[in-house]
Design a protein around this ligand. Structure first.
Ligand code: SAH
Length: 356
């Protein structure tokens, strides 16, 4: 039997092609997208402005089924974590972080991660496979459906869940397309952020393909240290990475910025000299630094930097004219904080497969 086409995750153009192949009128694309993304339709029968024949046909060749939610946990600070079953005993995690002026959804792009950053528990789990674009988009749908019922909304989406988005480019770009499209989620390009550990060739491609925001997981200001913390640095060292960042900033027609993420590890990368080198590295770049207090997980060799150390580090960056914020740890009582997302990755042998 032919595999049914999942309609979630098909950007406008691909959905149009799908309807053209069915000899359907172009305007069906807009109708279906509105049902999927604005009306939360859960089956084709609900789509009463489509002809009956078409609804029947769609039932046989397409699907809009959502995957099963294994659990939904809300932490004491309002953070919500979904564990979603993607079959074959693979799970991914999606996290909603409410703040006073916004609601950020943190989504996964892969099952597991191939990069093995030493301070990240997702990395320690190994890599299974890339998500398809519909598996990325259904995370937003599932969250949106629940949030509507508690009168909350998603204002920002960040690819900071499980996985390295720039090792799953085509699905991530299709998902970004839908996140920006008014017929789907209609978010502005500033409110969608792809976070990467620094896959240099992909940063060049991303610069041209999508206007969304870029965050770079830097975590160390020199290669010796970054080679250890973020091993992909051995392949794409800091100088190459910064060149790619400059390219991103100069591409596109609108002004761009980069958010540099920096996890604070006690006495590893949090010394004043690290802050000074970091300030030099980012000098003159349209950048903001986000310091992330390390979130511990079982068997980790690292500890969180002391509060004073983080403040001092931030101060050095401030004094060098670099905009710096410190991320508040949220959702840690339901293991939803950065780097605590592990899902379940059965096949851990494929680490190198996702890395090429
Ligand atoms: N692979 C992508 C996105 C996933 S990680 C990337 O590397 O950017 C999202 C952010 O959480 C990254 O900045 C990552 O370095 C950070 N992170 C991972 N583990 C963490 C931990 N244990 N404590 C705090 N931040 C962590």
């Amino acid at each position: 039997m032919l595999k049914k086409q999942n309609l979630f995750g098909l950007p406008r153009e691909k959905l149009s092609k799908f309807f053209m192949n069915l000899n359907e009128k172009k305007f069906r694309t807009k109708q279906i997208m509105q049902w999927l993304y604005h009306q939360s339709a859960s089956n084709f029968d609900d789509m009463h402005n489509l002809p009956k024949d078409l609804r029947k046909k769609l039932q046989t060749i397409a699907t809009i089924d959502l995957p099963k939610v294994v659990s939904l946990n809300q932490s004491s600070d309002g953070v919500i974590k979904w564990i979603i079953d993607l079959g074959k005993q693979s799970h991914i995690e999606t996290v909603y972080i409410p703040e006073r002026d916004r609601g950020t959804l943190c989504i996964s792009s892969q099952i597991g991660c191939a990069l093995a950053c030493t301070f990240c528990s997702t990395g320690a789990q190994g890599f299974n496979r890339n998500l398809q674009s519909h598996e990325i988009i259904v995370q937003v749908i599932i969250a949106q459906n629940h949030l509507k019922s508690i009168e909350k909304r998603i204002s920002n989406v960040v690819f900071m869940g499980m996985g390295e988005p720039l090792l799953n480019e085509s699905s991530v770009y299709d998902a970004c397309d839908l996140l920006l499209d008014d017929w789907a989620f209609g978010l502005s390009r500033r409110k969608v952020t792809v976070s990467s550990a620094g896959i240099v060739p992909a940063i060049y491609r991303m610069s041209e393909i999508t206007p969304v925001s870029l965050a770079i997981s830097l975590h160390a200001p020199n290669n010796n240290l970054r080679d250890i913390l973020v091993p992909i640095n051995q392949k794409y060292p800091i100088k190459e990475l910064m060149k790619a960042c400059h390219h991103y900033l100069n591409a596109g027609t609108q002004e761009r910025h980069i958010l540099f993420e920096y996890v604070m590890l006690d006495r590893v990368n949090d010394l004043p000299e690290h802050a000074k080198t970091l300030a030099k590295l980012l000098n003159g770049i349209s950048a903001k630094v986000n310091l992330i207090p390390f979130n511990p997980f079982p068997k980790t060799q690292y500890q969180t930097s002391k509060k004073d150390t983080i403040e001092h580090f931030q101060d050095i960056l401030f004094k060098s004219g670099i905009r710096t914020t410190t991320r508040r740890t949220r959702g840690d009582d339901v293991d939803a904080a950065c780097g605590q997302l592990v899902g379940r990755v059965l096949d851990k042998t494929r680490r190198n497969a996702g890395r090429n």
